[in-house]
Write a protein that binds this ligand. Structure first.
Ligand code: C5P
Length: 318
C-alpha cells in the first residue's frame, strides 16, 4: 500500500513539473459548392462556396518552450515532403502573425500530426494555420477578440477563417467571408487522396484559360444550400457543384476515371475536392461509404478514407 501511495505522489510530482501540453484538432474541408467568377485585379477569384468540415483531421500539440519550433509528423498516406519547413510553414507563419499582432514573444513548441493530405484540395494547410492560431492564443493567453482572430486567419489564407468556425458554412469574397448555414444532415463521404499534390494557383490559372469570359459574379450556392437544409443525400448529390473540377481533370485526366469508378462502386456522386486532386464521394449512409471505400481499395486505390460531416472547426481536445 505504502509503495503504491509513494508512486502516486511521484507521478503527481512529475506531472506538476512538466509543462502542460494542449492538443488542438483541425478538420479537413470539402466544398459542396464552389462557384468561381472571373479573376479579380488582385489575382484572386470571387467565390460563392459552401464549405463542410469533415472527420478527417490534423492534431496540433502545443507546449511552452524558450524558442519557437514546429515539427511535422505525417501519417503514411500523407506526403510529408510536401509540407514546407522553415519560414514558409503556415503554422509558423500563424505563430509569428499572432505574436506580431499581440506583442507577445513568439515562443512555444508545436508538433503537427498530419492526417489530411498535403496539397490535396482539403485545406490541410489552412486547418493547421487555424489550429496554430488557436494553440498559440491559448499558450500565450492573448485574449484576442474573435473578430481579430478571424481577420488574422484571412491574412493567412482564403479558407483559414472557415477552418476556425467549421461545421457547414457559406464563403464569399475570395472565400474568407464566412457565415454558418443550416445543415440538417449527417453526410457520409469517402475521400481518395492522390500521392502527388496539385497546385491551387495552377488549377485557378487553368480555369482562367478554359473560361476567359467567366461571369463576374460566381455561380450561386443556393441549390446546394437548399439541399443541405433537407438532410437528404440524394438531393445533395444532385446539387454538388465545383467549377474547379473541369480544370483539375484537364490537368489530371485520371481524376475523371476515379470519379466514374467510385460511382460504379455505389457512391451517389463523386466530386473533385476544392482544387483537387483529392476526390470525394457522397454516399447514402455509413454502410454505403464503407462499401464504396472497400470497392475503391479493391480497384487499386489503397487509400480510401471514410469520414462524416459536418464536424467542429479548430478546437481543444484535451
Ligand atoms: O488564399 P490562399 O493562400 O489559400 O490562395 C492560394 C492561391 O489560390 C492564391 O494565390 C490564388 O492563386 C488562388 N486563389 C484564387 N482565388 C481564391 C482563392 C485562392 O485565385 N478565391
Amino acid at each position: 500500500m505504502t509503495c503504491d501511495q509513494d508512486s502516486v505522489v511521484e507521478v503527481r510530482a512529475e506531472r506538476a513539473s512538466k509543462p502542460p501540453a494542449l492538443t488542438i484538432r483541425a478538420a479537413a474541408k470539402i466544398n459542396l459548392h464552389l462557384g468561381v467568377g472571373r479573376v479579380r485585379e488582385d489575382g484572386f477569384h470571387p467565390l460563392d462556396t459552401v464549405y463542410q468540415a469533415i472527420g478527417l483531421h490534423d492534431d496540433l500539440v502545443i507546449a511552452p518552450a524558450d524558442t519557437l519550433s514546429v515539427t511535422t509528423i505525417a501519417a503514411d498516406h500523407v506526403d510529408a515532403a510536401g509540407v514546407p519547413d522553415g519560414e514558409d510553414n503556415i503554422a509558423l507563419r500563424a505563430a509569428r502573425l499572432l505574436a506580431a499582432h499581440t506583442g507577445h514573444e513568439p515562443t512555444g513548441r508545436l508538433v503537427v500530426r498530419k492526417d489530411i493530405p498535403v496539397a490535396g484540395g482539403m485545406a490541410g494547410g489552412s486547418a493547421d494555420a487555424a489550429a496554430a492560431l488557436m494553440a498559440f492564443d491559448r499558450l500565450w493567453d492573448t485574449e484576442i477578440a474573435d473578430d481579430d482572430l478571424l481577420r488574422l486567419a484571412a491574412e493567412l489564407g482564403s479558407d483559414v477563417p472557415f477552418a476556425l468556425i467549421g461545421g457547414t458554412a457559406r464563403g464569399r469574397g475570395r472565400g474568407e467571408v464566412v457565415e454558418p448555414v443550416d445543415d440538417a444532415g449527417v453526410w457520409w463521404w469517402v475521400a481518395v487522396p492522390t500521392t502527388e499534390g496539385l497546385s491551387t494557383p495552377a488549377v485557378y490559372r487553368h480555369f482562367d484559360v478554359l473560361h476567359p469570359d467567366a461571369p463576374l459574379e460566381p455561380p450561386n450556392a443556393e441549390p446546394v444550400l437548399a439541399a443541405v437544409a433537407t438532410g437528404e443525400p440524394v438531393r445533395l448529390a444532385r446539387a454538388l457543384h465545383n467549377d474547379l473540377q473541369e480544370p483539375a481533370i484537364d490537368l489530371r485526366p485520371e481524376l475523371g476515371t476515379l470519379i466514374e469508378r467510385g460511382e460504379a462502386e455505389g457512391a451517389l456522386r463523386g466530386l473533385v475536392s476544392g482544387s483537387g486532386p483529392t476526390v470525394v464521394f457522397l454516399c447514402d449512409s455509413r454502410e454505403g461509404a464503407v462499401a464504396t471505400a472497400a470497392g475503391l481499395r479493391g480497384a487499386g486505390h489503397d487509400v480510401a478514407l471514410v469520414a462524416a460531416g459536418p464536424v467542429a472547426g479548430a478546437h481543444v481536445v484535451d
